[in-house]
Design a binder for this molecule. Structure first.
Ligand code: DGL
Length: 271
């Protein structure tokens, strides 16, 4: 099918999922929307996250997407079920794929999860993990400093190291875990720093690979895959600063993306 896969996030974090999608499904076209202007979603109320998420979804629906990827853990935790119930297209979030990847990885059954306050307080990860394996031990920790830091483009160096080290201290005190889930799509940008701080004995999991695999399966199953031959023309939208967005995107994709556009959510909603 010719139409695009829609991908949403509160900012640049979902680009880590988009990148993996482009790798696994190179012929599929993506339309990405990051609500950078109103990022972070993590400290916001459930109602606010729902409202903003629906605004992004409305924007993408007008572009006739064939599937929606909620590449934001916070939005997944608060809106996935509702979106799946109400939209006529397949909708996938990032929490279940992340949980599954962690269960596959752990040997001792002790898993750590880091995410935004919204995601951690929602309890979505422990629930998802225990649904798959009831005897799993989960330590969950909110890291509210990480998203604003990543959105400013600070992903390595002394400052990032110091912030990560201080934030992860409580997890390291309970150091049974052999697996750590990056329960926020912004965190893979800090993966090297997180791995250095947490130690090489812990496997650090980001949900993007598993999510992309699941998307591929759903598209195949529903006969929605693009069957022709093309180099798709992806579209990337941000509601915020185009320069910073492009800079971080370049960091993720290791190449610059020419088709970047800025759109305001308000304009998107009423147009
Ligand atoms: N990438 C979003 C997530 O996965 C970040 C949330 C935020 O904006 O705080 O949760």
């Amino acid at each position: 099918m010719d139409s695009a896969i829609g991908v949403i996030d509160s900012g640049v974090g979902g680009l880590t999922v988009a990148h993996e999608l482009m790798r696994q499904l190179p012929k599929e076209k993506l339309i990405y929307l990051g609500d950078t202007l109103r990022c972070p979603y993590g400290p916001r109320s459930k109602e606010e996250v729902k409202k903003f998420t629906w605004e992004m979804v409305e924007f993408l629906l007008k572009k006739k997407i064939k599937m929606l990827v909620v590449a934001c853990n916070t939005a997944t935790a608060f809106t996935l079920t509702e979106l799946q119930e109400e939209l006529p297209i397949p909708v996938i979030g990032v929490i279940q794929p992340g949980a599954r990847a962690a269960i596959k990885s752990t040997e001792n059954g002790y898993i750590g999860v880091i995410g935004t306050e919204g995601t951690i307080n929602s309890n979505a990860y422990p629930e998802s993990l225990k649904n798959i394996r009831a005897d799993i031990h989960v330590n969950a920790l909110a890291c509210p400093m990480f998203v604003p830091m990543v959105e400013r483009g600070i992903i390595a160096g002394k400052k990032a190291q110091q912030v990560v080290k201080e934030a992860l201290q409580p997890l390291q005190e309970k150091n049974h875990m052999d697996t750590l889930i990056l329960g926020c799509t912004h965190y893979p940008l800090l993966k090297n720093t997180i791995q250095e701080v947490i130690g090489s004995h812990v496997t650090v999991i980001s949900s993007s690979e598993e999510t992309a695999r699941e998307i591929s399966t759903i598209l195949e199953f529903r006969n929605l895959l693009y069957r022709g031959n093309r180099f798709p023309n992806h579209q990337f939208y941000t509601t915020g600063d185009l320069t910073i967005f492009s800079r971080i995107a370049k960091e993720i994709f290791k190449t610059s993306i020419s088709d970047f556009k800025t759109v305001s959510i308000e304009k998107a909603v009423i147009s």
